[in-house]
Unconditional design. Structure first.
Length: 192
């Protein structure tokens, strides 16, 4: 996929991951002596890559301390969300877990590095839990979702669930009370 910008070609690439439907998006950055430019999102271009979600809300979060884990989060089926994650400041280890019971990759997970430098994005369809570890201080995340937040449907799974086995590579993470007390996947009411 490509389009012109100031006489240059800008490419947009979506790389398939080990989890069906989860895509790593690599934009081409237009860079010159003034700085850089890239399109963060275009429905037509992303749809051409297979990302057909109609995003209706943008969320932004800041995490102050390196070594913080947020996740693993999802919303139940009736209000499930597809997400497009972008790290706009700092660096994160972004983690996605397949929680679709009939999937060939059920309980499998992937981790990718997203940063303000690489400007990669991660597309996560419905049926997956998401979380991240901050690898730097003062991290900011922007994510688009295709369903509104619903406290009634909001769920967490224990970040250290041994049945999933995510390797976070951190000793003593900073966690919210919600994430400290999250159930194991086998004890959750995940309904995918």
């Amino acid at each position: 996929m490509f389009c012109g910008f100031f006489g240059e070609l800008i490419y947009l690439e979506a790389v398939k991951t080990k989890l069906d439907g989860v895509l790593l998006v690599k934009p081409d950055i237009f860079d010159d002596n003034r700085g850089w430019f890239f399109e963060m999102y275009s429905y037509k271009k992303y749809s051409d890559l297979g990302i057909k979600a109609r995003f209706i809300q943008d969320n932004r979060s800041k995490t102050v301390r390196k070594g913080t884990i947020r996740g693993l989060h999802f919303q139940k089926k009736d209000m499930a969300q597809s997400k497009l994650i972008t790290c706009t400041k700092g660096t994160i280890k972004d983690v996605v877990v397949d929680i679709r019971k009939n999937s060939k990759s059920y309980k499998r997970w992937i981790a990718v590095t997203l940063s303000e430098d690489n400007k990669y994005q991660l597309f996560i369809p419905k049926g997956f839990a998401h979380g991240f570890l901050t690898l730097t201080d003062d991290v900011e995340i922007l994510y688009k979702v295709d369903e509104y937040y619903s406290a009634e449907h909001d769920r967490s799974i224990c970040f250290s669930d041994p049945g999933i086995g995510v390797r976070w590579d951190t000793e003593d993470p900073v966690l919210s009370d919600k994430d400290k007390n999250a159930p194991l996947l086998q004890d959750s009411d995940a309904d995918f």
